[in-house]
Design a protein around this ligand. Sequence first.
Ligand SMILES: C[S@@+](CC[C@H](N)C(=O)[O-])C[C@H]1O[C@@H](n2cnc3c(N)ncnc32)[C@H](O)[C@@H]1O
Length: 252
Amino acid sequence: MTGTRERFDAAHGSPLCQPAGRPHLEPNDPELYERLADQWWMPRGRFVMLHWLAAARAQLIPRPRPGAVLVDLGCGAGLLAPHIRGYHHVGVDLSHEALRQAAKHGVQPIRADVLAVPLPNGRADVVVAGEILEHVADLPRAVAEACRLLRPGGLLVLDTLADTALCRLVAVGVAERLLGLAPRGVHDPSLFVDRKALVRECARHGVRLALRGIRPALLDLLAWSARLRPSVRMVPTATTAVLFQGAGRKKG
Ligand SMILES: C[S@@+](CC[C@H](N)C(=O)[O-])C[C@H]1O[C@@H](n2cnc3c(N)ncnc32)[C@H](O)[C@@H]1O
């Protein structure tokens, strides 16, 4: 029988998903993805914003040449897959259940840490790091791995959250807690990404990264909230201080 707390969670998109009997999770605990595994592909599930971000990320990815390989770091359940048909899509993630779902969407799953990916140097035409860098404790290592996997001339595409007070307010206070656009507790703000360090680390590995801020289109968000739209477009915004994308090619 469903308990009061679970009914509250289901109705309010709550947060840390702590049904009775389950241990409390710390922010950014990987177990959260196992607990919420049934939410990945739900149109209005707890990962809804990741669907909007995947569509926006895909706009930075060129049409594939025959046989092109795209390595998707922290691929989750493969939400990017429908947007990048034609690539050999390799997904790296720690979550069993997410990878199982990704495989159903044509992703070749590799269960591994993005800090030590069991693939050879230069394997990828495109490396994607979508909403993963803000979850890892060693940014330089994650960037080094992403760049190592790229062939010369290959493209790195990423999106992540900035290490700013504004981002902590918007991503945690508003998106997680107020609007329920992300599962509560999914982020540990101490891991949010220092933009200068990110650009510097990419440059060290031969990738000149350009950044741009993005945000949900506000009218879309209102219409989506009123169930008048199925999804929300992400649009460029003046500041990279909250959510931002990055793209750059590895020196040939
Ligand atoms: C916020 S989700 C993003 C998923 C996907 N990139 C997307 O945008 O739909 C973060 C994903 O990264 C995975 N993850 C977190 N830390 C990881 C690590 N160190 N190595 C591999 N995967 C990791 C989680 O299991 C989760 O699937």
